[in-house]
Design a protein around this ligand. Structure first.
Ligand SMILES: [Zn+2]
Ligand SMILES: [Zn+2]
Length: 249
């Protein structure tokens, strides 16, 4: 890697830097060493606009590529419709469960039920279960449900999240527009702040979704934002012995 003038001048006695000593190359090396620590990226982004810009362009992209390499290759494999440049949103989607059904599902900033997760598996096969048969050529990655157990009267709630590949040209988006589905008036995507469609309202949730999640049939809802992020919740069925056995297969 070629380090820039700014870096070299750290060692010079007559430093002329006016914009700080650290170059993008140095930050890149440091964060590579830190395995793209997302909390540190997020924290520094809050205090430094220059860093935030670099994070959006470079660091979140590397973070995503490191944590979910196969998924990122797939999401990027369709030219101009890839990921829509929002690596920060995608990075957050990989590691943040928005939790809380009542309001927090959308507004993650002041959401006590939202939390970071160490590892989440996203699956394209799983995503198919969330698409109507006529939309199954779309590519959707969905996470395993994050189980929030014993949520009072609601029982055990599973929160899941996902992302469409090339949402702009997807069948789901076409169908939502054709159906004249309304965007939610106030709620926004916790990952990119775009407006959301309710798939429940649009009657586009297939039964296969509840089977996949292991939830009660009519207790699944999910939303898709204008940029193709999805988030949802369901009421989980209690696990019986036989179901546990199936899961292990
Ligand atoms: Zn969770
Ligand atoms: Zn979004």
């Amino acid at each position: 890697m070629i380090l820039t003038k700014q870096y070299r001048c750290i060692h010079s006695s007559s430093c002329q830097c006016t914009k700080g000593h650290l170059s993008e190359d140095v930050i890149f090396l440091v964060f590579h060493h830190l395995n793209w620590n997302p909390k540190l990226i997020a924290t520094l982004s809050c205090v430094c606009k220059w860093f935030d810009d670099l994070a959006k362009r470079v660091l979140w992209k590397e973070f995503c590529r490191t944590r979910a390499p196969k998924m990122m290759l797939d999401l990027q494999s369709s030219g101009s419709h890839s990921v829509d440049g929002n690596w920060r949103a995608l990075g957050k989607l990989l590691i943040y469960c928005a939790g809380s059904k009542k309001s927090g599902l959308f507004n993650s900033i002041h959401n006590p039920a939202g939390h970071f997760v160490d590892q989440t598996r996203f699956s394209r096969t799983s995503g198919r279960s969330f698409l109507l048969p006529q939309c199954r050529t779309d590519v959707l990655y969905v996470s395993d449900p994050c189980e929030h157990l014993d949520q009072g009267e609601e029982g055990d709630i599973g929160y899941f999240r996902g992302v469409f590949k090339s949402f702009a040209t997807s069948k789901v988006r076409k169908m939502l527009i054709k159906k004249n589905a309304k965007l939610h008036p106030t709620k926004v995507c916790p990952y990119c702040k775009a407006k959301l469609w309710s798939m429940l309202q649009a009657k586009m949730i297939p039964q296969s979704a509840s089977c996949r999640l292991g939830s009660y049939e009519d207790c699944v809802e999910y939303y898709v934002c204008l940029n193709g992020h999805m988030l949802g919740n369901c009421t989980l069925l209690p696990l019986s012995d036989s179901e546990e056995a199936t899961e292990l297969e």
